[in-house]
Design a protein around this ligand. Structure first.
Ligand code: UDX
Length: 457
């Protein structure tokens, strides 16, 4: 039986892209003898395809137990009620766990839910904010919070100065909620992440030091920042965790055998993998351009089109698609796919998890950011880490099929793409090293655990 050194209660915002990095971080803590309980909303739990057996999961309520966010109807309604009901139900859970033989002594919370800090303070617990997104993106929201960034700009190529960045970036590289007034209420929440951040004991960032040195050094002067990523299962990196078979928590069921069997028949580095993550809603016109761009390219492809997006596929596309040329699936085991030797490039929306996964598995990218933090991630992929290209939109905001074809060619076969392909391999090596014993993220996690233990005894 394991003797636990401390007990962390993990509170995530209930979407796949937030829960999974926290789950992977939890596994790392658990391997260092920290007891973990993950609190998930009843509505999310209800839709989960399978629950992990190696980690304890408890339910709390967001006040919308039947349908979560969709039941709430608006973002403001959801967040407001989640705060009320969530605070109560999280407190009840802490009380329940107090009698479990190993009371909670720390809350690791998602700063989308900043009220968790008050709950932690009420119980005298350590609090750690866990930022799912990278430090560059967090830094931008921080400066909106401080009133330093005053947008929206008038033009997409307007230069924006952001303290902590070595050079200015263009307005089109800034997260969409900052430049797009329709995202005003969401921006409010993103900015609110910093409203009580001065009260927390730790700020954990899902990134690694070597990837964002400059901005991490800058933000560390303000907050007690520790990078703990990449939050990819250890089996793809350092392989030090034993009980690491479960990839993550999902409401989607992956078509595992179909994908992997198909990939097994493809030559090394020959396949383009295409996915836009769990949330993005792609315009019908864009879907059409993408579909024909893929079909016209001289590469075979595996494309994830979620069932809710399927109706946007152009007429005839699926009929014209042969099994030799490509496979369209509704969900796949992305990590197994990216690790597969047949994959030569990832055409991605640049959600942070997908980006970090591609970095960790050494896959170069064609970036087609859609919304939220994705344009900033794409900027770094192209210009800072030099592991991909960004497919340029036209004046209507659509990436045309010819552009898609060109980008795929550049990354997968042209001489111009050689450096990109080589850099991708270098970052893969780095990603493994940082979580391996003595690496920058490993050291940070060790330090976090040792402080937890000290506070408990
Ligand atoms: C959201 C936001 O959109 C993103 O910008 C933010 O950085 C995190 O939260 P999402 O759009 O789902 O996330 O994208 P991403 O962060 O890339 O996460 C998608 C996850 O789903 C990845 O972990 C990926 O491995 C997984 N996935 C995706 C699968 O397992 N199978 C699939 O078929 C597609």
């Amino acid at each position: 039986m394991t003797t636990h050194q401390a007990h962390c209660l993990i509170l995530s915002y209930p979407v796949q892209g937030h829960i999974n990095p926290m789950l992977q971080f939890s596994k790392r803590l658990q391997s260092k003898r920290v007891k973990i309980t993950i609190a998930l909303t009843k509505s999310f739990l209800k839709n989960m395809k399978e629950l992990p057996t190696s980690i304890s999961i408890e339910a709390i309520s967001d006040g919308y137990d039947d349908g979560g966010f969709h039941q709430a109807g608006t973002f403001v309604a959801y967040i407001t009620r989640f705060k009320e009901v969530g605070s109560d139900t999280l407190s009840q859970l802490i009380q329940k766990l107090a009698n479990s033989g190993c009371p909670v002594n720390c809350i690791v919370y998602d700063p989308f839910l900043p009220w968790a800090v008050e709950v932690a303070k009420n119980f005298g617990l350590i609090s750690a904010a866990f930022f799912t997104q990278n430090c560059a993106v967090d830094n931008i929201y921080y400066h909106v919070h401080k009133g330093v960034i005053k947008l929206p700009p008038t033009q997409n190529d307007e230069e924006v100065f952001i303290p902590g960045f070595s050079s200015t970036i263009e307005a089109s590289d800034v997260p969409t909620f900052v430049i797009n007034p329709e995202g005003e209420r969401i921006l409010e929440m993103l900015v609110n992440q910093f409203s009580n951040l001065d009260k927390v004991d730790w700020v954990l960032i899902n990134s690694f030091y070597e990837l964002e040195r400059e901005v991490i050094d800058w933000m560390s002067k303000i907050y007690p920042i520790k990078t703990i990523g990449p939050t990819i299962p250890s089996m793809y990196l350092d392989k030090r965790l034993h009980d690491d078979k479960e990839y993550g928590l999902s409401i989607f069921k992956p078509m595992t055998n179909e994908c992997l069997n198909w990939l097994n028949h493809q030559p090394i580095s020959s396949v383009l993998y295409v996915s836009f993550g769990s949330l993005a809603i792609v315009k019908a016109e864009q879907m059409e351009e993408l579909a024909w761009g893929l079909m016209n390219s001289n590469k075979n492809f595996l494309w994830v089109v979620r069932s809710t997006e399927e109706s946007k596929l152009p007429k005839n596309f699926l009929e014209e698609l042969t099994i030799e040329k490509g496979l369209v699936v509704s969900w796949c085991p992305q990590l197994q796919v990216l690790e597969h030797e047949s994959i030569g490039c990832f055409l991605t929306h640049c959600g942070w998890n997908s980006t970090l996964e591609a970095i960790s598995l050494g896959v170069p990218m064609v970036a087609m950011p859609q919304w939220t933090d994705q344009p900033t991630n794409a900027k770094f992929v192209k210009d800072v880490w030099e592991i991909g290209v960004r497919a340029k939109q036209d004046e209507k905001g659509i990436v045309r099929r010819e552009v898609i074809e060109e980008c795929i060619k550049l990354v997968m076969e042209e001489e111009k793409g050689k450096l990109i392909r080589e850099n991708a391999k270098k970052w893969k090596e780095m990603a493994r090293n940082v979580v391996d014993e003595g690496g920058s993220s490993d050291k940070n996690i060790e330090e976090f655990v040792s402080k937890l233990v000290k506070c408990k005894s």
